[in-house]
Design a protein. Sequence first.
Length: 470
Amino acid sequence: MKSKVVLLGFCLLLLYIGVTGCGQVLKQSINPEQNIQTKIVAGKVNNILSPGAPISSAIVLAGQKSALSENDGSYQLSGISSEVRTISSAANGFAAVTIPLSGEVINIPMGITSASSYSPVTGTSIIRGRLIDSSGNPISGGIYGSNDKAKIDIVFENSGYSSIPYWNDGTFSVGIEYRGNIDAQNGYIIVIYEESTGTYKAAIKEITAHKGITLEVGDILLNEPAVAITGAITPQNGFNTTGVSCMIVSPAAEEIRVTYVYNGHGISGNSYVMYVPATPAGTKYNMLAWFGNGSDLSLKYQKDLFLSSGQDYVVNLAMPTTISPTVPTANQAGIEAAPIIKWTSMGEENKYWIFVGKGSEIIWHGITDGISIEYPKFPADSVGGTTNLQSGQEYYLRIIGFNPNINMCDIKYEELMNYTDYYQTGSIPFVVGSASSVSINSFNMYEKQLFDEKVNNILESMKILPKRLY
């Protein structure tokens, strides 16, 4: 009899507590009137673009329950029904966010601002140098020569200058720009040179340029054999391969472009050829293929490559699976004020990032591991009230699918960058509530362009989407 009592007590204990998907064990309870299990959800609202920075006075919403975050970003919600699938947050100056309610300890990732991210040019400087061959002779040809066999690129973390011209004496000079409060830029000068014999030599030189100061880099010696990279590129039906790039990853700059294809070589049918310098010490290369179809974009990475001088390598790049929005579809009217946004699957193990906005303003984004997500409806008089979709208003939607390995209960910014497959839909317009077909057909293309630029700028600044430097 005693063993039965112990067993019954253990079963009741299992009803009282629950092990979350994030490895936490917290108190749960049963609503006796509705026979619905409820739980306490707690965590922090974090600015993931400023690690360690909490966001206070943010409203946190799960189902019909809401609370404000404390000075340290912490929040707690009680009585959350087990049927609630998402948790959302909104705060002044930030785009609202929604993620899956996949545990009882959830840290909410905010940080994307709704304001403009444009940085004006605040200064310039000049970089000068000279190309020489293995005998110390200047590389001739260039601007006024017939033997233009060298390609010079200068790349920084957030800008780049391709196919820089050089003179008959091998010298080159280029002006570079600085934006915002940037006074110095770390980067590389990369040179690929085709000799008269048809062999390729390469050089790469790490530099630091300062605003208002001319940087004299001296002679750049081209005597090291270049690395040859070839491979097959496989787009999906209807897509074109728009570029193949080699990226350099270093401690000074998370990821910057090394070079596009060179001097007539490059993409030919479903294959490519590229020449690059050997991987510099302390860095690594990532190969990247770009695929496009209208406003849809797809990326395929082959990461963590260490390439030796004079060697040939094969890197094949196949385009990931496409995705398409199903609710709403392009130009759809009659969308609910708190819709469940849906799309087709990109495959298992993928995550999805959804953006909704109007013009240059992103009002909401969601991150999920499913193929649907519910748009939140905050209390009208709360800080999240301006996020609520308004009847008759035109909005734009973009959906991104990619495969980073992230913990959905505690999303880290640096984890979002670590993917190999990426697909983004072009933004589509939709109308909340009833709207005439006239209003649907007269969407402001300028507003759509502003929205696309805003999303791209955010993704590029976060290094989720590689910046097309040239």
